[in-house]
Design a protein around this ligand. Structure first.
Ligand SMILES: [Ca+2]
Length: 330
């Protein structure tokens, strides 16, 4: 079954981000290393289109004919359009021409993936959510039981995936189908659950064996959220390769999210000045649009999140560890 990856357009944003960088999950060097093994390189066009990591989170890819363009052409950010030379429902994003495909990326120069509680980005990286997930460390849909929910995950490099492990941390059971995106940008269904229903567990790890022989860098999960009452949260999606190694997604987008604000921010994170003499530091933060926001503090025991409601206030932050603050200005 072939579907096309779609996504709602996001609004342009103008916000300042305060941050110390958490370890960067995406690794260009890993992608390059993978590319050196086992020709042919089916994802050569995708890798070249990403231009050494300046573009990421591929939303759409379609074959076209652009005789007037060089092999690589960066056409900038474009709004969503209904049709371009026969390709339909193209989401907003950065257009990159890498012969013979157009690639439309969510992330491009001057943007940075947001880190919001309950955002699809919370499904990136290894599992870190507790049950109940009061800190928003797992992706949650906007509504409890809406139809047509999906989660699109991008990994740091193309893999020969043999199985998935989906960490369902709240109201498990809603995953109805798994698809991969081929090197040509087509969607190919790998697994389907025709009997979606609630399970007796509070949370679970769903293991899904994948047909062998496919190489891919993006996976799309479809949820039948309407068939499993309550919000169906996903904390992480591990992809096991043909060497038995597990990989975690580095970027994600979704049909909807409980998270406030857009999926990307427009500023490169900067360091937060700290007072080395204080065990706690009071950081003046101001949310945009009176929305709630989150501070992520990377402690020795792992990341923790600190919530506060919209407005401007002083927030105590442990002195040790890194701070990542999204949707804030200071
Ligand atoms: Ca549901």
């Amino acid at each position: 079954m072939v579907r096309e990856a779609t996504r709602s357009p996001y609004s342009p944003m103008n916000r300042t981000v305060v941050a110390l960088l958490l370890p960067v999950v995406c690794s260009i060097s890993a992608r390059d290393a993978a590319a050196q093994h086992g020709p042919p390189d089916l994802f050569a066009a995708s890798r070249q289109a990403r231009a050494n990591g300046r573009f990421g989170m591929l939303l759409r890819q379609f074959r076209s004919d652009e005789p007037a363009l060089n092999d690589h052409h960066e056409a900038g950010s474009k709004p969503a359009i209904a049709n371009y030379r026969g390709a339909c429902d193209i989401p907003a994003g950065f257009w990159v021409w890498q012969r013979p495909f157009w690639f439309v990326f969510r992330d491009g120069p001057g943007t940075w993936p947001a880190r919001r509680p309950f955002g699809p980005e919370a499904a990136c990286g290894p599992p870190d959510a507790s049950e109940p997930d009061t800190e928003g460390m797992a992706w949650a849909t906007k509504d409890l039981d809406a139809k047509d929910e999906w989660l699109l995950l991008e990994y740091a490099a193309p893999l020969r995936g043999t199985s998935l492990e989906v960490h369902e941390t709240h109201n498990p059971g809603a995953i109805a189908a798994v698809a991969i995106l081929t090197p040509q940008g087509d969607e190919l269904e790998m697994w389907r659950n025709r009997d979606v229903k609630s399970t007796a567990e509070a949370q679970r790890i769903l293991h899904i064996d994948l047909p062998l022989g496919f190489e891919f860098e993006r996976v799309k999960l479809y949820l039948a959220s309407e068939a499993v009452a309550g919000r169906n949260e996903i904390d992480a999606v591990g992809l096991r390769d043909d060497k038995g190694e597990i990989h975690w997604a580095c970027r994600a987008t979704a049909s909807s999210t409980l998270a406030p604000g857009p999926e990307v921010v427009s500023s490169v994170p900067a360091e937060v000045p700290r007072d080395p003499l204080l065990p706690w530091q009071r950081l003046r933060v101001e949310t945009l649009d009176e929305q709630s926001a989150i501070l992520r503090v990377n402690l020795s025991g792992g990341p923790r999140s600190i919530y506060f409601e919209g407005g401007c206030r002083m927030v105590p932050v442990p002195q040790f560890g890194a701070i990542v603050a999204d949707s804030l200005r200071h």
